[in-house]
Design a binder for this molecule. Sequence first.
Ligand SMILES: NCc1[nH]cc(CCC(=O)O)c1CC(=O)O
Length: 316
Amino acid sequence: MSALRIGTRGSALAVAQSTLILDRLAAATGRDVELVTVTSEGDTSKASLATLGGTGVFASALRAALLADECDLLVHSLKDLPTAVHPGLTLGAIPARADARDALCARDGLTLDQLPEGARVGTGSPRRVAQLRARRQDLEVIDIRGNVDSRLARVGDDLDAVLLSAAGLTRLGRLDAATELLGLGFWPSAPGQGALAIEVREGDQPADLEKGLRALDHRESRLLVTAEREVLAGLEAGCAAPIGATAVVDAGLLLLSATVYRPDGTERLTASHGVTLEPGSLQSQLAEVDDVAGRVVDELLENGAAALAPVGGGTA
Ligand SMILES: NCc1[nH]cc(CCC(=O)O)c1CC(=O)O
């Protein structure tokens, strides 16, 4: 039988994430699984991501390959995936989420509070920029791009620190570079951060793939990341908006908290709501999640979120 084909970007992080799923899918199905590398303009162009139309540029090329039957599934970083569903495609599985926190990777083991005045901290994320400014107005925030290894290589060189996701560092075997894991209570991370999403064609799927997807899917993770991403969707904001969101489940209670930052960090708004998850079908629990996310979004908008940050259709 032919192999199941995973379409992936060629970056080290994408290959690490796809290989993780490859191993688990092979174990669950007994089938051969292979990687198919898909190159997009986002990988080859030196232009800023904003110029190319945001991180969605990566997803578009991968989705075209999936729809053209050049591969059978895609492994995305959920936080980079636009919230709009793509016609003909569906998220077939959301595996158990990894650490959702941001990690500070600083020279000499320094924490955020220990960085000297005026220290140079690199990040390309508007959320992280706003959070840094909110906490330490003295820092010099440097806009950087590029893969995780090239970012880490600049620490102790032209930068004092960079901010990266703990999950990404872990998957690349580089969590040792982290000098502080930033708690989600004071430093909420991006909606869906730390989670992978497996996208497949609707209907038309190779034998055994469905069984593999069922083995990989993790319902609690799906509920949490859906709650967080519904905040983005409800605010009509993209993955580059200065918004942090954190959902947790504890003893059957799902708590969703979201924070919208003014890009310069001088102001922020937070709203939190909870819902007791009733045992039942995924559909009924997703309806509960939808309801709690709606309450968070309504409160943020009532309190002026649209005036604070580029939400409501704008991109940052
Ligand atoms: N913004 C790029 C990106 N997209 C997904 C990850 C890592 C995986 C994840 O956080 O889920 C990263 C790197 C980072 O933010 O440090």
